[in-house]
Design a protein around this ligand. Structure first.
Ligand SMILES: Nc1ncnc2c1ncn2[C@@H]1O[C@H](COP(=O)(O)OP(=O)(O)OP(=O)(O)O)[C@@H](O)[C@H]1O
Ligand SMILES: [Mg+2]
Length: 396
């Protein structure tokens, strides 16, 4: 209310008719201004009273949400909870669920199909409306985040392309050496043949030729392996994500790997968070991740060392930590472990952790490594906790 209206409305019984008229005019004017501001916003607004009955909306709200409001009079006269007026089951259910919670804060994203068949991603944000520090109702804001999310997908694709370019560069590097070596050995044979022709036409010794051909064969085999491994590394991992309990899975995998550790006199330990929300992963691929990390750990550990699988809930992320007390790595090595073909082992492909990295990306998660020489190595996988699981956590 304007200062004028506030001041004068306190002495309403003493006002002349003229003054009352001016007061009403001023309030109406102010109300009109506020309404036109609300109408002009790009953000959809649904304002409810303390009982969640819809009392005001704006144009953007009806553009973004399928609202079931025909003429403005009827829903104002017969108040209805806002979720009854939204023609989308998921959005309605989300608002209704938020209303039953003690704290009426909530945020979620929904994909809606428009009548034209295009998809739209909207973000719904619910907040209490406070007036003079008192709970006066609820304000529901609706944003169109389609463009933002599409940009993110595009960015993700570009990132993938950049990674592929790097990968191609390392393959080119891997291919160059054996090709160079093949070329040298063939040239040596050719030179020997040419020299023989010029001289006495006695061809070089069979052994001499065989030796060079053997090297050529070995190098071709190496090339073949590089290509096969490359195809393995670039092959898209097709993850089938399902809601899974990571504690349960890790307990299974730990049991699976224990004999391999025990054989070497090493110990498997677990340290799980008591309650973990389910996350969206592909259990088969997650097992591959665990086995890869465990095998690297085994290679880095000695008798008496231990491997620990730990879980922890941190904000809206579920952390999975795989820690070993092995020989560790220096910072330079640790920075390169996810690079394709990076290996310090005689017979390693250097693709194990590349695959791990790719799989975790498919789960919309991330992986990091911390390592200290002589102390050990810790891989931390962060997996996003789905929105619906987040409510479970905060409601607890
Ligand atoms: N837990 C660990 N402790 C110490 N070093 C590690 C650990 N995990 C990975 N590394 C280092 O990272 C390198 C790359 O690992 P990655 O799993 O990608 O390939 P690899 O193990 O060498 O080969 P492959 O997985 O094909 O057997 C390893 O060669 C090793 O030097
Ligand atoms: Mg490995």
């Amino acid at each position: 209310m304007t200062e004028y209206a506030r001041r004068i409305s306190k002495k309403i019984s003493r006002l002349s008719q003229d003054q009352v008229e001016r007061l009403i005019e001023s309030i109406t004017e102010e109300n009109d201004t506020l309404c036109s501001i609300i109408e002009s916003l790009n953000t959809g607004l649904l304002i409810c009273d303390a009982e969640w009955n819809l009392i005001q909306t704006n144009k953007a709200a009806s553009k973004l949400l399928p609202l079931n409001i025909r003429d403005s009079e009827s829903w104002l006269e017969n108040p209805e909870p806002v979720w009854n007026l939204i023609n989308d089951e998921d959005v309605g259910a989300f608002i209704q669920k938020t209303s039953s919670r003690q704290e009426v804060y909530g945020e979620a994203e929904f994909t809606l199909e428009s009548s034209g068949g295009t998809q739209k991603i909207i973000q719904v944000n619910i907040q209490p409306l406070m007036q003079e520090k008192k709970f006066a109702g609820i304000i529901i804001k609706v944003y169109d985040v389609t463009e933002k999310r599409n940009q993110e997908v595009l960015f993700h694709r570009m990132e993938n392309l950049a990674r592929l370019t790097n990968l191609a560069a390392s393959v080119a590097h891997e291919i160059k050496n054996p090709l160079g070596s093949i070329s040298i050995h063939i040239q040596l044979v050719q030179k020997a043949v040419a020299a023989a022709r010029k001289k006495d036409n006695v061809m070089p010794d069979e052994k001499f030729i065989e030796k060079h051909l053997d090297v050529v064969n070995e190098e071709i085999e190496r090339l073949n392996k590089t290509i096969v491994d490359f195809l393995f590394a670039v092959r898209p991992v097709s993850a089938t994500l399902e809601s899974a309990n990571v504690n349960q899975l890790l307990a299974d995998y730990a049991e699976f790997i224990t004999p391999e550790l025990e054989k070497e006199g090493m110990v498997m330990k677990t340290a799980f968070a008591e309650v973990v929300p389910n996350v969206m992963i592909d259990p088969k691929l997650f097992k591959q991740v665990f086995i890869n990390l465990a095998q690297n750990a085994i290679a880095a550990m000695k008798k008496g060392d231990s491997l620990t699988a730990e879980t922890e809930v941190k904000g809206d992320m579920l952390l999975v930590k795989i820690r070993d007390t092995g020989k560790g790595m220096d910072a330079e090595t640790a920075a390169r472990v996810f690079e394709p073909y990076f290996t310090t082992k005689m017979t390693g492909t250097g693709l194990g952790l590349t695959m791990v990295y790719k799989i975790i990306q498919e789960f919309n998660g991330s992986i990091e490594v911390k390592s200290y020489i002589g102390e050990g190595t810790e891989f931390t996988i962060s997996l996003p906790i789905p929105q619906k699981e987040r409510h479970l956590i905060s409601a607890k």
